[in-house]
Design a protein around this ligand. Structure first.
Ligand code: TYM
Length: 332
């Protein structure tokens, strides 16, 4: 039986955050041991170019993100891991899919609107085209499932629409992918503004935990986390700060929200923050230790990325060829 394809990616902008870890990476780790799936993960570096990057910093950051994939425990023997820009078919399929995407639907995307507001001086075509490139990533590999956090759900919808539109215009070509969004932790919130998501590009460094933060930094950031003025540990919409801390604790411990509330109830807010901070430190300490080793060996990282590129290319090449044929491009 052919394995089902799982595809996902992270763009190397800012930091790999606790939100990325809980919302995406921790689920990828579980999936790699399931024999029914072949998992493919890219460093979505082309996506990052929608915002201006300093080339040398960007290059180092992309390599660091790749090392962080490995440090989290993603096994290159079980997963295909590569840099998106190393497989040129992504950009090529994007062009074809662009010709099936309406300007109206692309301009309605929430992330496009948010980013246009944040960078009014650089509302470039790439920003608008971002979901189409993401659709190309997914559709190139005949993906069945896409493990993501809630914020990427709308982009997955457009990938599904494009797959169906193409299939209906020609004949079945692409799998129509489904999102895989975890129940707990699909949207980890900022520690400073618990109504907004924890974002890797947040300029307030107390709002975000990097998976490589030191123990001291993690504990300090939790100590300063915004909560509320009563003293009740309860999960609910009216208590976003406390609910976020409970969610983080439940995710780190691998338990349900109810079980976490039971464990934490009765603590003072200071003690709650301490407990949650410790649970994060325990979860991330081995990641940081592995990262410090991995990042010293660039050659080793490049070898893994090269193998990933070859494996990914051999799948992508076949899909693109099929697509080019269906749309009527000349093939020699
Ligand atoms: P990115 O890089 O913003 O985020 C990577 C993954 O982390 C999830 N995530 C979160 N989950 C929970 N709480 C949070 N606060 C949080 N912040 C981020 C995101 O939902 C995502 O799953 N466009 C994508 C990258 C991408 C991609 C793809 C994903 C490129 N090609 C193909 C899936 C399939 C992005 O910018 O994610």
């Amino acid at each position: 039986m052919d394995k089902k394809i799982i595809y996902s990616g992270i763009q190397p902008t800012g930091l790999v955050t606790l939100g990325n870890y809980i919302g995406a990476l921790s689920n990828w780790l579980k999936l790699q041991n399931d024999e029914n799936y072949q998992c493919i993960y890219s460093i979505a570096d082309l996506h990052s170019l929608t915002v201006r990057q300093v080339p040398s910093e960007f290059r180092n950051r992309a390599i660091s993100f790749f090392a962080q994939y490995l440090a989290c425990g993603l096994d290159p023997q079980k997963n295909i891991m590569y840099f998106q820009s190393h497989v040129h078919e992504h950009a090529e399929l994007t062009w074809i899919l662009n010709c099936f995407t309406y300007v109206g639907e692309a301009s309605r995307m929430t992330q496009f609107k948010d980013k246009s507001q944040k960078h009014p001086d650089n509302i470039n075509m790439g920003l608008m085209d971002y979901p189409v490139l993401m659709a190309a990533d997914i559709l190139l590999y005949n993906t069945s499932l896409v493990p993501i956090g809630v914020d990427q759900k709308q982009h997955l919808e457009i990938a599904r629409d494009l797959a169906m539109r193409f299939n209906n215009t020609y004949s079945p070509t692409f799998n129509v992918p489904e999102p895989l969004i975890s129940g707990v932790g699909a949207k980890i919130k900022s520690l400073q503004n618990p109504i907004a998501k924890m974002s890797k590009s947040d300029p307030n460094e107390n709002a975000t935990i990097s998976i490589l933060d030191s123990t001291d930094d993690i504990m300090r950031k939790f100590k300063r986390a915004v909560t509320d003025s009563d003293n009740e540990i309860r999960y609910g919409e009216d208590k976003p700060g406390i609910s976020n801390l409970i969610t983080i604790y439940a995710s780190c411990k691998g338990i349900a929200i109810d079980a976490a509330v039971k464990e934490l109830q009765g603590l003072s807010y200071a003690a709650l923050k301490e407990m949650v901070g410790c649970s994060v430190v325990d979860m991330l300490a081995p990641v940081k230790a592995r990262y410090d080793e991995l990042i010293k060996d660039k050659e080793g990282l490049f070898k893994i990325a090269k193998e990933g590129q070859e494996q990914a290319s051999s799948i992508a090449r076949k899909t693109l060829r099929k697509v080019y044929k269906k749309v009527g491009l000349v093939q020699l």
